[in-house]
Design a protein around this ligand. Structure first.
Ligand code: AMP
Length: 426
């Protein structure tokens, strides 16, 4: 399958070629024809699958004929976080480069007046987070009554973040006749209910759910809690890692770790919900351009972050929700690149680790670095019957049985320090 075969306009194909994409990803190969056909789409796809282009390209194609001829907002993309909104806005700009369509991004934490001014001049495509969008609507600055195309992105995270009422408010303001797309990594009953409430006879697309990328090497370092920070500094310094995204569970933890890394002479910045939007944007820009070596993030702030060829992701603390592990490590190994995901796991996180291994149907290899061995050993995963993956063929290459974690040879290097394999049943 090639992009040419999908039926996109020459202007869009030009933008795709300029982006360096040669083959559509599975979500693109499925979603683009369905959207071009005018169907509503319900897609089970997480970030890293190419879903943004999957909805942006056909959306632009459908909006193209009347480009520049109307004053009202014709397409709305609703997304949970500011960073994600900014990224989608960039994609709309990139793919729409050769089209006279106007777009803008609105989110909270920054001045509203420039957003109002942009809307007043007229935009075809609006990318928004729910809170700021409703503010603008309440002030009479945004009108959704002529929307032809509505995308609800990362619907599961929207609900996790408590946006359900805002979404319902927005839905009530949209005209009856429109095309709808919903993207979500997971499908709870609540999401299904929401979807059935506004999608009409949708085409259902599912790609690699709860699947960790084959391109990402995963490893767990069992370590004492008190040694995590020193181990992280060692891995970064000795491995000469230049760009590493580190996850902590709490905002406070992210701030503390950032300070500690700075003390160790490692340039770091934190990104989380308590930081001002200016600080978040600055941290992200510094991280992307290489001036900040370590970005310490909480799950929500990092959701959907797309950093080109990010080589290293570290779980300084495991997430409470196993699905977040998949999202976290999905920041690396994207778009055909390889990446490494490391988890520093203390004994009190053993249950969380088991939950993750059960979800990804894989035993993550364990390794230790000399001088950082955990005093208490993690126990074996309880043996489970091999299960068939939900995705059938999509699970190729992943064993559903626990793998032998002993496969890493002694002294194998993972950037920093000597990594020793650690047998199961330690
Ligand atoms: P997304 O899941 O939309 O966040 O996209 C993940 C990454 O994949 C982004 O960096 C895109 O630029 C990249 N990408 C999207 N589509 C393709 C494609 N067909 N080929 C290669 N890379 C792609």
């Amino acid at each position: 399958m090639t992009f040419q075969e999908l039926g996109l306009s020459k202007e869009l194909l030009q933008a795709v070629t300029n982006s360096g994409y040669t083959t559509p990803t599975p979500v693109q190969a499925n979603a683009i024809p369905a959207v071009l056909n005018g169907d509503d789409v319900l897609a089970g796809a997480q970030t890293g699958t190419g879903k943004t282009a999957g909805f942006t390209l056909p959306m632009l194609h459908l909006l193209q004929p009347k480009a520049g001829k109307t004053k009202h907002i014709r397409a709305l993309v609703l997304t949970p976080t500011r960073e994600l909104a900014a990224q989608i806005g960039e994609s709309v700009e990139t793919y729409g480069k050769h089209l006279p369509l106007r777009s803008t991004v609105v989110f909270g934490g920054v001045g509203i007046n420039p957003q109002i001014a942009k809307l007043r001049r007229g935009v075809d495509i609006l990318v928004a987070t729910p809170g700021r969008l409703l503010d603008l609507i309440n002030q009479g600055k945004a009108d959704l009554s002529q929307i032809e195309f509505f995308v609800l992105d990362e619907a599961d995270r929207m609900l996790d973040m408590g946006f359900i009422h805002d979404i319902r408010k927005v839905l009530k303001l949209l005209p009856k006749k429109r095309q709808n797309l919903l993207f979500s990594a997971t499908f709870s009953n609540e999401i299904k209910k929401l979807a059935s409430g506004f999608l009409h006879n949708p085409t259902y697309i599912e790609v690699a759910r709860n699947e960790t990328s084959h391109q990402v090497t995963q490893v767990v370092y069992p370590v004492n809690k008190s040694q995590k920070r020193a181990l992280l500094s060692k891995l970064i310094s000795e491995g000469d890692w230049r760009q590493v995204l580190v996850f902590t569970k709490t905002k406070h933890g992210a701030n503390r770790l950032t300070k500690q890394l700075e003390t160790d002479g490692i340039g770091a910045a934190a990104i989380h919900g308590n930081k001002s939007q200016t600080a978040r944007t600055k941290a992200l820009a510094g991280f992307k351009d290489g001036s900040i070596r370590v970005l310490v993030a909480t799950d929500i702030a990092a959701r959907g972050l797309d950093i080109d060829q990010l080589p290293h992701v570290v779980n300084y603390e495991l997430p409470n929700v196993p699905e977040d592990y998949v999202h976290r490590i999905g920041r690396t190994g994207r778009a055909g690149n390889t990446g490494e995901a490391m988890s520093l796991v203390s004994i009190d996180e053993e249950k969380l680790l088991r939950g993750i291994e059960r979800l990804i149907k894989k035993d993550i290899p364990k390794a230790t670095i000399e001088g950082f061995e955990a005093t208490e050993k993690l126990s074996d995963l309880p043996k489970e019957k091999p299960q068939r993956g939900r995705n059938g063929g999509q699970n190729r290459g992943h064993s559903s049985r626990p793998q032998n974690s002993n496969r890493r040879s002694q002294g194998q290097k993972s950037g920093g320090g000597q990594r020793r394999s650690q047998g199961r049943g330690r």
